[in-house]
Design a protein around this ligand. Sequence first.
Ligand SMILES: [Fe+2]
Length: 221
Amino acid sequence: MYEEALKEFDFSKVEALFFAGDMIFKGRWYEFSNVLKVTRKFTDKPIYACFGNEEFDVAIPLLMKKYTEVTWISDEHTVVELSGEKIWVVGSKGVLDRPTRWQRKNIPNIDNIYKERMEKLRELIVEGKNKKYTTILLIHYPPTYSTLVGEPRYAWPEMASSKMEKVLKETKPNIVIHGHSHNSKKTFTMLGSTRIYNVSLPATKKITTIPIKWGLLEFFS
Ligand SMILES: [Fe+2]
């Protein structure tokens, strides 16, 4: 599906690619070689990525060590220069309102991890906004329920975070890019002045283009 989407996409105005996590399956970090190989058939632009739930925690150090041409953003920020403008990009795997059964069983302090991560993301977004940068949140788990329409309602708390939506309302990042919601029927919404894109490839069936006033950003998840 990914290669088909790449084939159909016009890369002529693309300045950077943003991957919103789940680039591999079940922690098989070496599969990322295939992702890079196929991507590089079409574009040599810089790649920025956050991790998803399929990038198991044990795989993350290996991905970071092996694939240094990717800028991995994990509960931190990076500054991206596009067309001479600086963009503040905060990246994270994200948080869930209710940890999954697997997470509760296997990660004993998962509630605290999510709580602390949410506060960290709040601080990072505020920092970018205070510096007057265009601020992007690149995050795997949806930080809102509004782009989950099409997914079974009972599953939403274990797929996304409405608590994180409150953080977005308060901090007002310019753009949010998320993945994880494969059956979403609503892949774009506005939250106040914040544009929210679900770029999950099974939902969009194409690579999503995000226009920014000085050019275009491209990404998929
Ligand atoms: Fe996911």
